[in-house]
Design a protein around this ligand. Structure first.
Ligand code: CP
Length: 334
């Protein structure tokens, strides 16, 4: 049987995800538990990170494991991923070898690889992490590709810690302005976990050009039906914020204009008013606010919102450590 992976939360039931969050709570109370003595974890970063890298490295250490950080294309060989590829470019190594060799050294492989932002029909295949999963013989963890499932767990944990039972809480996932087109991963993930936990979810974005990929919209709808929650789209800021219990902010580039970023920028510039500010938060049901971080202050959310008692940004970031330890523990049967 192939190893169990953590590529997307859609492969895990709500009960399984809750068990991870519950174990994270145990680990939060007693952080140093030598559950993974003698184990090794490979952390492959194709893109930068502050939280993910630190929380995985520290988490592995706190459980007695050793983490090896690799940056393909920098300190490690650049890599190719396509089957049958003629490797006449920069890549010196194919994932077919890299995944199998790392599996001989390490008990887990975790990968961060953002989309290339040129052609969504290619990026939406999520082919890099899938290639690692196909060729590795140890579990593979997604540290952010076109979804960010570890962030989902940390976000859900922070919400449960503050709000308790999340069923039918009103959750607003709001697009915000950002000067650059960003990954849709966290928005895709937020839509999936909020609906999986039974919340009444509104995806607020400027217009149809900022909708998420249908595969994630469909997943959210499917989850909502199964969990007794709901999922809808709104382009009306006042209507979306009214009575909300949770406001989760994220910026992402338009899939309708993917790769045509000069055109998209001209559109995006008109939507700076999607910033999360005190006036919008005043329309809510005393909602909590969160963001995955990093976040540009006074662009995505104002200082007042980021620093308010309702802000869960630091708690959510802290919980990355605890949920990832629970996840590594589960995948390694500890
Ligand atoms: N939220 C998150 O993944 O942060 P980093 O990009 O710093 O890892």
């Amino acid at each position: 049987m192939s190893a169990r992976n953590f590529i997307t939360t859609q492969d895990w039931s709500a009960d399984e995800l809750q068990a991870l969050i519950d174990d994270a709570g145990v680990l939060k109370k007693t952080p140093v538990q030598p559950r993974l003595g003698g184990k090794t974890v490979a952390l492959l970063f194709f893109n930068p990170s502050l939280r993910t890298r630190t929380s995985f490295e520290v988490g592995a250490w706190q459980m007695g494991a050793h983490a090896v950080v690799l940056e393909p294309g920098k300190g490690a060989w650049a890599m190719a991923f396509e089957d049958g590829e003629v490797m006449d470019g920069e890549a010196e190594e194919h994932v077919r070898e890299a995944a199998r060799v790392l599996s001989r050294y390490c008990d887990l492989i975790a990968v961060r690889r953002f989309p290339e932002f040129k052609d969504w029909s290619i990026d939406r295949r999520d082919h890099v992490i899938k290639a690692f999963a196909a060729h590795a013989t140890v579990p593979v963890i997604n540290m952010e590709t076109i979804v960010h499932p570890c962030q989902e767990l940390a976000h859900a944990m922070a919400l449960q810690e503050r709000l308790g039972d999340l069923k039918n809480k009103k959750y607003v996932l709001t697009w915000t302005y950002h000067p650059k087109p960003l990954n849709t991963a966290v928005a895709n993930s937020a839509a999936m976990i909020s609906t999986k936990l039974g919340m009444d979810v509104t995806l607020l974005c400027p217009d149809e050009r900022y909708l998420l990929d249908p595969m994630f919209m469909d997943a959210a709808q499917h989850n909502a039906t199964a969990s007794g929650g709901s999922f809808k789209v709104s382009h009306d800021i006042d209507e979306a914020y009214k009575g909300a219990d949770v406001v989760y902010a994220k910026s992402w580039g338009s899939l309708a204009m993917y790769g045509h970023w000069a055109d998209e920028r001209a559109v995006r510039e008109k939507f700076k008013h999607f910033i999360v500010d005190e006036a919008k938060m005043a329309k809510t049901n005393n909602a909590v606010f969160s963001h995955c971080l990093p976040a540009r202050r006074n662009i995505k959310a104002t200082d007042a919102v980021m620093d308010s008692p309702s802000s869960l940004i630091i708690e959510e970031a802290e919980n990355r450590l605890h949920v990832q330890k629970a996840l590594m523990s589960k995948l390694l049967g500890a």
